[in-house]
Ligand binder design. Structure first.
Ligand code: NAD
Length: 467
């Protein structure tokens, strides 16, 4: 698989190399080419030079090239799946789901069009809204979905006529470089540029004067920096940031039926999902039984290398996140009662035993902060309005779930949860045609849906006197 960066249509070596660690072993298994500031400048300049001609191609030709890229990735999907598991850690079936989702996403955006809208037409006037591209887009992504996050950004940016400089997270550069390898033979030079850094070029890229828009997914702390970096040149910015999603369980559900759904939602991708279940609120009437069911599932879960058949939960993606989680395990022991897990696995790699914590206070760090790992606090409530207020008492507002026997009652509770998406009796049902994003400090703007696509364009109003 390609390990070179894509700048101005050429796969290039970098100023340096970056070791890529397999989190299941903690050892380097590949090296990626890494950029310096000069190569960042080259990438932005190439994207700027390529943009007018790319926009000039129009939707049909751009869509055809994006579909061709999707086909090229489809042809190597098995290799991409293994690569994704090696660099990110998730079990192979989840990796295959991510790769197929990313390819489907490119096909979805390849087929999207924004038609001009006649806003007003009478004898004297015709006013038409065209949506024009913004220019060069910087796409900055995190390490939890290294394939899907890239396609999620380049698909809508490119179909609408922008060019892109993409920068993956330093611990997972290989999927982005694999996409670059496929794109090098398909897209015109400069349309897509992919550079790699060691956490040192994100600020330069997102603050660069020739970048018109930043589409960023990552932590809320870095999102603030991206926002500040864009202020000087008033960039358009979409921020998909952290979450601390609450699952609110109502008193008319069966604990045995709902527990596997909660556990799955908290531990998919080892809990490293912005929309993972990060805290559970359960009524006193079923609290003990639900805790017991969750603890049983945690004790039975198969935690192992993602490329082993039968693995449910893989390693934590990187050492820094693994060490952060060790801190949350300490806090869980101090602030609550650990009823399953509670420690790292005694083996190489970055593995944490899935952990269930009960009787923990609302102000414990594990409850207030985004843990981003398989450690789940379960909180008790007696009054549903109190549970909703506690769920909403957070700087975050990305997602959330409500679990109800009476679906209409569940929908009423969902209306009161202050988050961008709230699911009732399901989880992680995300469609590219549905706007997705956060309220409060979980983000600004939306991806997906018409809103997400329009965010890569600006209105261009043509107002004509007919008489
Ligand atoms: P992070 O913020 O540390 O890094 C994200 C990206 O930003 C990386 O590519 C990094 O190199 C880059 N970066 C670092 N410093 C920068 C700077 N000053 N300016 C610009 N870019 C910079 O996030 P992470 O640890 O890689 O990812 C985990 C976080 O991402 C979690 O908080 C998670 O909730 C969030 N996330 C959100 C969504 C969403 O859609 N809302 C999806 C996935 C992950």
């Amino acid at each position: 698989m390609n390990t070179r960066m894509l700048i101005d249509g050429t796969l290039v070596k970098g100023a340096g190399l970056l070791d890529v660690i397999n989190p299941a072993t903690g050892k380097s298994f590949a090296q990626a080419e890494r950029a310096d500031e000069t190569q960042l400048e080259d990438a932005v300049a190439a994207a700027k030079a390529a943009q007018p001609a790319w926009a000039g191609l129009g939707y049909e030709q751009r869509g055809a090239l994006l579909a061709k890229l999707a086909d090229a990735l489809d042809a190597i999907k098995d290799d991409l799946t293994r690569l994704l598991t090696s660099e990110q850690g998730k079990p192979l079936p989840q990796a295959m789901g991510e790769v197929m989702g990313g390819i489907y996403q490119l096909r979805h955006f390849a087929a999207r069009r924004i038609e001009p809208q006649v806003l007003r037409e009478d004898e004297a006037t015709r006013i038409v809204e065209h949506r024009t591209p913004l220019g060069v887009v910087a796409a900055v992504t995190p390490w939890n979905f290294p394939f899907l996050m890239i396609t999620q950004k380049i698909g809508p940016a490119l179909i609408t006529g922008n060019t892109v400089v993409a920068k993956p997270a330093p611990t997972t550069p290989l999927c982005a470089l694999a996409i670059a390898g496929a794109a090098a033979d398909i897209l015109p030079a400069g349309v897509l540029n992919v550079i790699v850094d060691d956490n040192d070029l994100g600020g330069k890229l997102t603050g660069h004067p020739d970048i018109a828009k930043v589409t960023f997914t990552g932590s809320t702390d870095t999102g603030r920096k991206v926002s500040a970096a864009g202020a000087d040149t008033l960039k358009r910015i979409t921020l998909e940031l952290g979450g601390n999603d609450a699952a609110i369980v109502l008193d008319d559900v069966s604990p045995a039926e709902v527990a596997p759904k909660l556990f799955g939602g908290a531990t998919v991708n080892a809990g490293q999902v912005c929309l993972a279940v990060k805290r559970v609120y359960a009524p006193s009437a079923i609290y003990d039984e639900l805790c017991e069911e969750l603890a049983r599932l945690a004790n039975e879960a198969v935690v192992d290398d993602g490329d082993k058949q039968g693995t449910q939960i893989g390693p934590i993606q990187n050492r820094m996140q693994f060490e952060k989680l060790l801190g949350y395990l300490e806090s869980a022991q101090a602030d609550g009662t650990v009823i399953a897990g509670g420690k790292p696995l005694d083996r190489e790699g970055y593995f944490i035993a899935p952990t269930i914590v009960r009787d923990i206070a609302d102000d414990a760090p594990l409850v207030r902060e985004e843990q981003f790992g398989p450690i789940l606090p379960v909180l008790r409530y007696d009054d549903i309005d109190d549970a909703i207020a506690r769920a909403n008492d957070s700087e975050y507002g990305l997602g959330g779930t409500v679990w109800a026997g009476d679906v209409e009652r569940g929908a009423q509770v969902a209306m009161k949860v202050d988050s961008g998406t709230v699911w009732v009796n399901k989880h992680l049902d995300i469609g590219f045609d549905i706007p997705f994003g956060g309220s409060k400090q979980s983000g600004i703007g939306r991806e997906g849906g018409d809103e997400g696509l329009h965010a890569f364009t600006q209105p261009h109003i043509v107002n004509i006197a007919l008489a």
